[in-house]
Design a protein around this ligand. Structure first.
Ligand SMILES: [Zn+2]
Length: 377
């Protein structure tokens, strides 16, 4: 239904809302009545964040080229500023200009499933509703340059910014060769980002209809067989693909208690090798780790149920665990990876229903269920 009837679900687009409606209707048909909707404002493309940063860098280099002392000073500050914003984006932190670009309406769907007895904790299951554009910069087709390429704007911004400020302070000139190289780096960023902005949106069968389907399957099972002492909240988020905006909004507005909540995020669980992500991050500068107790719980599940073929693995991935960890929550992510440890068909048109491996999806659902039961103990 998500892939073929609704199709691609751009962040904050009508199709994303249709997906939210479909999920809500499905939950109500199962007899789950505590379903809420949360609306919020969001940018509708990641380009609203990356393009201003690359353009600021390009402007900074231009100013240094023509503007003498002041040009070098202001140019240096622009480079440093763009570097800081991009660095924060690598942890899904909103840029300082978020309120100006958050002009579209999106939504989260939240379903609550009570425990049999008194609830001592809340277990969250997270899956996002939106799908990304095809993006050749994110990830690049040469998968092994991904982390280097993503580190580049941060490193170039800091090195270039410090050099330009130093040149302004000590009144020395910067060679046109180095300025040209710096400008070329930002021009590469701008061009790539513009090319990506005009790409079509992907069907998003793996990213992340796979997670939505697992959440719905677990919901159906929980209806028949609730956990003993854990309430379960299913959180279907909007606008994950533009900086985890739905999750950020949920935490801001709902402020769930840090101590009594555990979070499992599902990302692209429909193909490849089923993994518990042990280290996340898409650059050399921005890795983040899941909660170790949750990873250990998943390891116990994997050991007890070897047929799940669930493995711990460090992946090149950026998702809502970044937001959750930044806020201090205990979270872990399940994802499917290919032989290179990369996410299959990530942000490519090939991410369609035909590429889903039923066996992987099925094991992901069972692994999620087993992990919930393990955490309930
Ligand atoms: Zn995703």
């Amino acid at each position: 239904m998500l892939c073929k009837e609704i199709g691609p679900r751009p962040s904050a687009a009508p199709q994303e809302r249709q997906a939210a409606d479909a999920v809500e209707a499905t939950l109500r048909r199962m007899g789950i009545l505590d379903v809420q909707r949360q609306t919020f404002k969001s940018p509708n493309s990641i380009g609203w964040m990356t393009l201003p940063c690359f353009l600021a860098g390009l402007l900074g280099v231009g100013l240094a080229f023509v503007g003498g002392l002041w040009g070098r000073g202001v140019g240096g500050l622009l480079l440093l500023g763009s570097s800081v914003v991009i660095y924060r984006l690598l942890f899904a932190a909103p840029p300082f200009f978020q309120r100006w670009i958050a002009r579209w309406t999106s939504q989260n769907v939240i379903a609550r499933l009570p425990s049999q007895g008194r609830a001592e904790q809340t277990l969250y299951l997270v899956g996002h509703l939106d799908s990304q554009k095809q993006r050749f910069q994110f990830p690049p087709s040469l998968y092994w340059i991904m982390r280097a390429q993503t580190s580049l704007p941060v490193v170039v911004g800091i090195a270039g910014g410090v050099a330009l400020l130093g040149a302004a302070l000590f009144e020395v000139t910067v060679s046109p060769f180095w300025l040209g190289l710096l400008g070329a780096a930002y021009l590469y960023g701008v061009t790539g980002a513009v090319v990506d902005e005009f790409q079509p949106h992907v069907e998003g069968a793996n990213d992340n209809a796979s997670a939505v389907s697992v959440l719905l399957g677990v919901a159906e099972t929980l209806q028949r067989q609730p956990l003993e002492r854990s309430e379960v909240v299913l959180l279907f988020t909007g606008c994950e693909e533009v900086g985890c905006v739905g999750m950020e909004h949920y935490l801001q507005v709902t402020t769930p208690p840090v101590n009594d909540t555990l979070w499992i995020d599902l990302e692209m669980v429909g193909t490849g090798e089923l993994c518990v992500v042990t280290r996340h991050g898409i650059s050399y500068l921005s890795s983040y780790r899941p909660d170790s107790a949750l990873v250990e719980a998943a390891a116990r599940v994997a050991q007890r149920q070897p047929w799940l073929r669930l493995k711990g693995k460090a992946l090149v991935i950026l998702e809502e665990v970044a937001t959750l960890r930044r806020w201090g929550y205990r979270a872990v992510c399940l994802a499917g990876a290919d032989v290179h440890g990369m996410l299959p068909n990530w942000h490519r048109l090939a991410d369609s229903l035909e590429a889903i491996e039923p066996d992987t999806l099925s094991r992901a659902a069972c692994a999620t269920w087993e992990l919930l039961r393990e955490l309930d103990k």
